[in-house]
Structures are given as structure tokens and as C-alpha cells.
Ligand binder design. Structure first.
Ligand code: SAM
Length: 697
């Protein structure tokens, strides 16, 4: 069931600017908007016919709008303005005081706008800035957009506008390949894109069929065109259309709604695999078990949608694998493995955006850059292959020489490598603490010992940290298990082929001149990754690690592992190499450090999503044992309301925030922040399904 999307090249927009600074596409020989009346035209064609304010008022949960052709972002900025006006006209749904609400306060479901826009030829940040500068009245929101606007990398990029209850998913891809990767539903369509006569490749029956599959009853549609082919195509797929007067000199345009009963007899599962479609159940209250990076980011993803969450952890916030003082945050990319690379690049960019919104640099994170050193011939060859097979922008990563690596790191390196200029280190604990400050999140310092499915949700048996007998039973509609290697204990009957891998860190004090006579260590400016990693000094300590011990549950630190960590220093340039022998000989020293246990999966991707009801799945999907593609067109059975977010290995900082958003979108019935193929690659039940397909069960 694993498929991979090739790391295809993205084509940036090719733009000509006329004498008034107005952008024109050279690919399509057409203008993006009219400078004199662009704002009025966008409102006339898209915003007003979609009756947004009226529908937002009557809608609860997330309202999803999809635009074909993001262009300069003008439609987005104007829709955002409309949304802000709407939000301001409503009584605030946020708790007014900084005191956390009591769990007994009735749960409230906030409004959220999810704007999805697909763009095959994206403008870059500077081009967007120049285009939107033509509308000084929109300066503030244009600035908001450009401050978050992503690098031009193919695929999904979800931006969250903090405090505005708005997410923007930009999909840099062709509409025809992007729409089949969405799970829906869509509430309103802005059918833009250059005129059908100039862009016939986009205006096809595939487009209209995808639209019908993703629409629900009364989904609206607005478009500038009234071309006969478009009208006939949309009508055949179930849209009821009105032809109305066009804007300015344009004679006609169309708008309408999707009438489900007139659409094709859309089998819900023709475009979405049944195992990506758990039943939506009403949300009353949500429990998350585990307050590491996976649990805390999931709590935050739900809370920022207005959902109340309780996080349980008997050890406190981020104390296990997430308790390392300095975790390296970057995308460790595999040459030739497109699914892994796509997910980790997307996750990395998502994590960077989250960090920027949550923490000031210096407060638990430092985007000091990171060098993945080409410290062996094998790694050098791998990096070269990776660079020649991919097409990432320089701002994401690029190759550097040995001289450049030395200049960037501040120390004398033996080799060059891959440089991630915006990467760095993060204190996962600081990030977790910050996320849990959200007023809709409660933290309970308790062990959840058992979960039990009930007719309308789940019961959780908790006990206080100090005594071991069951103290309290709570009832919730949803549970997310995010406690890494301890998850199996809560799900004894579930197939979770995770592995625990011990990691020991060593702290080197920079003030100690026992080994650092020249005080060089404090000059390290970037994170260095070789076989291990070392981060720049923080609070007088360098963090070096981490050991990789399989089948080892020893939680005490060991001198032998510190010594193994010192071997990593080989990779980190001349100065560190010099002190290595010295350090290794200091046998009596009580090195400082810590141990943690990573939770890894057989394919090194996390397990994030709904939990299959394995026994029921096995009996109703038995056909996949003969042919994986011939799965029955029926709903797969899930443990309603139960989700997992585990298996992040040592990359939780990169993968957990994206997986958290994925889980929140399942629970809140939203479009995923990633493609369906990628969601499938992260499905916790994939190992169970693979075993069935291989006839191993
Ligand atoms: N809505 C935009 C705005 O507010 O600025 C203007 C959109 S412009 C008129 C049309 C856009 O559709 C262009 O940016 C173009 O690159 C994009 N486009 C054309 N064909 C496409 C396709 N097949 N897939 C995705 N985007 C496409």
C-alpha cells in the first residue's frame, strides 16, 4: 500500500510587470488582476456570491473554502478581511481571563476557516509582496501573508494565522493531481485559473468530477467564467448554476451550488481508501495520554481549533525522550525515498512555523543552522546523490564545502556537508510547556492506567502519581494515545510493532578547562551532525549524543556509553578530535547527561491517525489477502474516537507537529494538512494491513 510521489521539479511563475507594476503571467499571457478594480472584482465574482458571512454565521466547526489558482493571494487576503470582520462582529469565544477554565465549563466549538489554494506556478514571496503592494489598503494583511508564505517546494504547506482562527493550506501542484489527494469536505469553491481558452488543461471533466466528490450538500461555487464547456461539465457533475452579469466589461459569469442528489452516485470510497475515513463522532471532551512532544503538539492543534483537551502524564511535561535539553531539529532526508523525504520536509517546515509563533529565539530554541557533515565517503556519496536527485531551494538546504563548513560552524571542520540554514536546536520541554499554556488545555499529573471503550466514548482509569490504586474514572468522547513505548500497555490487543531504542546523552561543561584549554568549545556556532550530534553551548554545557542501544532498558547512565559518545567527536572537526583521547581517558569523571528511550517503527515513519478495530477489519477486509487493490467498498471499522500519535524515533521535533495537525483534522472532519497518500503512510494500522496483504495473519 506504500506509494511514493517522485520529487518532481516545481515551476515558479514567470511574470512580466507592466508600467503600472501590474503582474502578468507569461505562461498564460493573462493578467492576475486588474489594478484599478482588482478588489471590487474579487468581491463581485467570488466573495459576495459565496454568501460567506451569512453561511459562517450558520455554520459550526471548520468552514473550508478551496480556490484553484492562488496567484498573488489577493482573493485570500480579501476573504481573510471578510473573516476578520465576521469574527469581530461575534461575541468572543475565547476565555477572557488567563485563568484556565474549569473542566466542568461546557465545551465550546469555535469557528475556524480553512482556506485551501492550489497553485501550479507559484509566485515567490517577493513577487507576492510586489503584487499586493498595489493595494495599500490591504497592507497589514498582505504583510501577514508574506511573513508566513512558504518556500517554493512542491506539495502541501499549511500556515496557521495565530489568533485569527484561520489556516491556509497552499498546495503547490497542478489542480488535476492535487484534488485527488484531498479528503474533503469543501464548503465553497472559488473556481479561478486563467480563462478556459488560455488554460484548457485545467478546465477538464476530471476537475468537475473531483469537485463533486469533495462537495457536500449546498457547497457553493463561484467563478469568473461562463464558458459553455465549463457550464456543461459542472452541471453533469451535480452543480446547479446561475449565469449572472459579469464584472465591468465582462458579459457573464457563473455561480451555483452542489445538489448532491443530482451529482454522480458518488461512492465515498472511490476517492478515499476506507482506512482513511474513520466515522466522525460528536466531540464532547478529549483526553491525551502522554505530555511529550507528540501529546503536547496534538493538544495544541486541537485547542487552537477551540476544542477543550486534558493531557495526562504521571511524569510531568516532556520528561522522557522529549526531555533532552537540546534536540537537533532538521529534516534528515533519505536519498531516493520520496515519501519519507516529503513528509519530513513538510514536517520540518511546519515545526519551524510553530516554533516561530510560540517561542522567541533564545527561549528554548536557537535557529543557529545545522550542518549534516559528509564525514565518510559513504555519506559524501549519499549527499551528492541526494542533491542531484532533488530540487530543494537553497534556503531549505544546500551543499557546502569544508571551508564553508568551518566558517559557518566557527571551528575547523574536516569536510563539508549539507547545510540547513534555518535549522538548529530546540528544548522540547520548553516548547511543550509553552504549548500547554493554551487556555483550553488542562494538564493532569496522573497515570492513566486503563482505557475502556463504552457505548458513547471512552472511560479512563487514572491514579495519582503517589499511590498506585485507581483513583478516578473519567469519560471522554476521544482519546489520543501519545505515550511512545508505553502505548502498548494501554492497547494490549492492538498490533503496535514499535521498538524502544535507548539513547544516552553526554553534557560537556564549557567552563571546564580540563579538556578545553583553549576554550574553543564555546565557539561552536551551529549544530553539527555526523554519526552523533553536538549543539552549541547552552547554559555552559554542550550536549553530545546520543547512543543507540537496541534491546536495552537500562535507565541509569553508563560510563561506557559516555565513552562511545566521545567517538562521535571524530566527525566534528580538528578541535573536538584533539580532545577526544583526553576525554576518553578521564575514567573517574562523573559525566553529566541523561538517558531516554526513542520509540521507532519498522518503516521509520510515525504512527499517527485513527486506530483500526483489527478483528472487525480482518473479517470484513479479508479480500485484501488475495489482492490488496480489491478492497471492499465499505467503511473500515475503527475504534471510534481513538487515535495514536507515536513512533517518532529521534525525529519528534520534525514530525510531531505535522502529525498533531493530521490527527486534529481527522477528529474535526477537516481536510488533511498532507496528501491522502502521505496520510496513508502514517496510518497506525498500516502494519496490520501489510501483514494481512502478505498473508502473515
Ligand atoms: N486567485 C488569484 C489571486 O487572487 O491573485 C489569481 C489567480 S490567476 C488569475 C490564475 C492562477 O491559476 C495562476 O496563478 C496560475 O498559475 C494558476 N493555474 C493555472 N493553471 C493551473 C493548474 N492547472 N493548476 C494549478 N494552478 C493553475
Amino acid at each position: 500500500m506504500k506509494t511514493s510521489i517522485p520529487a518532481a521539479k516545481i515551476s515558479a511563475a514567470s511574470i512580466q510587470w507592466d508600467s503600472q507594476g501590474q503582474p502578468k503571467s507569461t505562461e498564460f499571457d493573462d493578467v492576475y488582476f486588474n489594478t484599478d478594480s482588482g478588489i471590487d472584482e474579487s468581491r463581485y465574482v467570488y466573495i459576495n456570491p459565496s454568501r460567506l458571512t451569512e453561511r459562517w454565521g450558520a455554520h459550526s466547526g471548520t468552514f473550508t473554502l478551496l480556490e484553484t489558482g492562488f496567484g498573488t493571494g489577493l482573493n485570500f487576503v480579501l476573504t481573510l478581511l471578510e473573516w476578520i470582520k465576521f469574527q469581530e462582529s461575534k461575541p468572543s469565544i475565547k476565555p477572557q481571563s488567563s485563568i484556565k477554565p474549569q473542566p466542568s465549563i461546557k465545551f465550546q466549538h469555535s469557528h475556524h476557516l480553512h482556506y485551501i489554494s492550489i497553485e501550479k506556478f507559484p509566485l515567490d514571496k517577493q513577487q507576492i509582496k510586489s503584487a499586493l503592494q498595489l493595494f495599500p489598503q490591504l497592507a497589514e494583511l498582505s504583510e501577514l501573508l508574506t511573513s508566513e508564505y512558504p518556500l517554493l517546494i512542491k506539495g502541501f504547506h499549511t500556515l496557521h494565522f495565530k489568533d485569527k482562527n484561520v489556516s491556509l493550506t497552499l498546495i503547490f501542484d497542478d489542480v488535476r493531481s492535487a484534488l485527488p489527494q484531498l479528503n474533503g469536505p469543501i464548503d465553497a469553491w472559488y473556481l479561478d485559473g486563467f480563462a478556459p481558452a488560455k488554460n484548457p488543461d485545467m478546465w477538464t471533466d476530471d476537475l468537475y468530477q473531483s469537485m463533486a466528490r469533495l462537495s457536500r450538500a449546498e457547497t457553493s461555487l463561484a467563478t469568473f467564467t461562463s464558458a459553455g464547456d465549463v457550464r456543461r461539465g459542472l452541471k453533469a457533475c451535480g452543480f446547479k448554476l446561475n449565469k449572472v452579469s459579469g464584472f465591468g466589461m465582462k458579459r457573464e459569469m457563473m455561480n451555483g451550488v452542489f445538489i448532491q442528489s443530482q451529482g454522480p452516485l458518488a461512492n465515498k470510497f472511490e476517492h478515499i481508501k476506507p482506512w482513511l475515513s474513520p466515522r466522525n463522532i460528536p466531540i464532547t471532551n478529549i483526553a491525551i495520554i502522554g505530555a511529550g512532544i507528540a501529546g503536547c503538539t496534538t493538544a495544541y492543534a486541537l485547542a487552537r481549533r477551540g476544542l477543550r483537551v486534558t493531557v495526562y502524564d504521571n511524569n510531568g511535561i516532556a520528561t522522557e525522550a522529549s526531555g533532552n535539553p537540546q534536540g537537533a531539529m532538521y529534516a534528515k532526508l533519505a536519498a531516493g525515498e520520496a515519501t519519507h523525504s516529503n513528509i519530513y520536509v513538510q514536517g520540518y517546515l511546519q515545526s519551524l512555523r510553530l516554533l516561530k509563533q510560540q517561542l522567541e529565539p533564545g527561549d528554548g530554541w536557537d535557529n543557529c543552522g545545522l550542518i549534516q557533515l559528509a564525514s565518510s565517503e559513504k555519506e559524501n556519496t549519499r549527499q551528492k546523490k541526494f542533491i542531484s536527485n532533488t530540487d530543494y531551494p537553497k534556503e531549505l538546504l544546500h551543499s557546502i564545502s569544508q571551508e564553508e563548513a568551518s566558517a559557518i560552524s566557527g571551528l575547523t571542520m574536516h569536510c563539508g556537508g549539507l547545510y540547513f540554514p534555518h535549522a538548529g536546536w530546540v528544548s522540547p520541554q520548553r516548547l511543550c510547556q509553552k504549548l500547554l499554556e493554551h487556555p483550553l488545555i488542562e494538564f493532569e499529573h496522573q497515570v492513566v492506567d486503563k482505557i475502556h471503550q463504552e457505548p458513547n466514548g471512552w472511560s479512563l482509569s487514572t491514579c495519582e502519581e503517589s499511590d498506585n490504586h485507581i483513583g478516578h474514572v473519567s469519560h471522554v468522547s476521544h482519546v489520543i494515545i501519545a505515550c511512545a513505548n508505553k502505548s502498548q500497555h494501554l492497547l494490549p490487543d492492538c498490533y503496535l510493532p514499535t521498538k524502544s531504542i535507548r539513547g544516552q546523552l553526554t553534557y560537556l561543561e564549557t567552563s571546564s578547562n580540563e579538556y578545553d584549554t583553549n576554550n574553543f568549545a564555546s565557539q561552536l556556532k551551529t549544530v553539527l551532525c555526523g554519526k552523533g550530534y553536538i549543539a552549541p553551548a547552552h547554559k555552559g554545557k554542550l550536549c553530545l549524543g546520543a547512543s543507540y542501544n537496541i534491546k536495552d532498558d537500562e535507565s541509569e547512565m553508563r560510563l561506557s556509553d559516555h565513552k562511545n559518545n566521545f567517538k562521535y567527536l571524530d566527525d566534528f572537526g580538528q578541535e573536538f578530535k584533539k580532545i577526544q583521547t583526553e576525554l576518553t581517558e578521564l575514567d573517574n569523571k562523573d559525566y553529566l547527561g541523561r538517558t531516554g528511550f526513542r520509540c521507532t517503527t519498522p518503516d521509520y515513519l510515525p504512527m499517527a491517525g485513527p486506530v483500526l478495530a483489527e478483528k472487525d477489519f480482518e473479517s470484513s477486509f479479508t479480500a485484501i489477502r488475495k489482492n490488496a487493490a480489491r478492497y471492499p467498498r465499505q467503511a473500515a471499522l475503527f475504534m471510534d474516537g481513538l487515535y495514536l500519535n507515536i513512533g517518532h524515533g529521534s525525529r519528534g521535533l520534525t514530525s510531531a507537529p505535522l502529525c498533531a495537525e493530521l490527527i486534529a483534522s481527522y477528529i474535526n472532519n477537516e481536510n488533511f494538512p498532507i496528501s491522502k497518500e502521505h496520510a496513508e503512510s502514517l496510518l497506525p494500522g498500516r502494519f496490520f494491513i501489510r501483514e494481512m496483504v502478505r498473508n502473515k495473519r
